[in-house]
Design a protein around this ligand. Structure first.
Ligand SMILES: Cc1ncc(COP(=O)(O)O)c(C=O)c1O
Length: 228
């Protein structure tokens, strides 16, 4: 994929340039003004659900193409149902909001779109009920997650995958990603690129950048072998 870089090379990988926008609670804001409170429930307890959506810059077409936007938003809705998060937009609404966001950000390189629906009440108290919900989406410039021009080295993590009956993997829950973060850092500190994580009973479960993926009927989806 040919990429045109429009951002300063000093921008940290995964960070948004100052010119970026975010959509937060119904309005588009410069990303630097899109703030959440330290009291937010999701900040304290990881009570959010999210998606990671790739968008690829095509230099010939001078166009950014986002991958399976509607399917990702349908999955976000399923995640919300499990976490009892009210999302006041249909999947089609969310596709429209995201396209508008990408137009405003005006990236001319590959990007990563991050919608999050979350428990936003500024209160302490571990629960899912009796809380307000919010929605935000932003996008950052983002190339390949791992170097796909060479093989990668993987360790088998000493951390085991969180059981589905502890935190359901069917819902893409922000707080659950601590499990992947522990595995990734352990692997990299030991000199590997990535971690392979096993289930509690020792079967291969996943790799951090989604080394394998399945749809809900158990079929492999090579075109979805991208993060998110
Ligand atoms: C950059 C990046 N890569 C990979 C992943 C893993 O995604 P998944 O758990 O859907 O495979 C994430 C998490 O969403 C991510 O943020």
């Amino acid at each position: 994929m040919v990429q045109e870089l429009t951002r300063p090379t000093s921008l940290r990988r995964g960070a948004a340039p100052d010119t970026a926008f975010a959509f937060l609670d119904g309005e588009f804001l410069p990303v630097r003004d899109a703030k959440v409170s330290v009291l937010s429930h999701a900040f304290n307890y990881g009570t959010g659900v999210f998606e990671g959506i790739r968008a690829y810059w095509n230099a010939q077409d001078e166009q950014l193409y986002a991958l399976h936007l509607k399917e990702h938003y349908l999955r976000l809705h399923r995640s919300c149902r499990i976490m009892r998060i009210g999302l006041p937009y249909t999947a089609d609404d969310l596709v429209g909001i995201t396209l508008e966001l990408l137009r405003k950000c005006n990236y001319r390189e590959d990007a990563y779109i991050r919608p999050i629906a979350y428990k936003s009440s500024p209160v302490i108290g571990v629960r899912l009920h009796d809380l307000e919900d919010s929605f935000t989406v932003f996008a950052v410039p983002f190339g390949t997650y791992i170097d796909i021009d060479r093989g990668i080295s993987c360790s088998v993590s000493s951390w085991r995958r969180t059981d589905d009956n502890a935190i359901p993997a069917r819902s893409k829950i922000t707080g659950a990603y601590v499990n992947a973060a522990l595995a990734k850092t352990e692997a990299q500190e030991a000199g590997f690129d990535e971690a392979i994580v096993l289930t509690q009973d020792g079967h291969v479960s996943e790799g951090n950048p989604d080394l394998h993926s399945q749809d809900r009927r158990g079929q492999r989806h090579p075109d979805r072998d991208t993060p998110g």
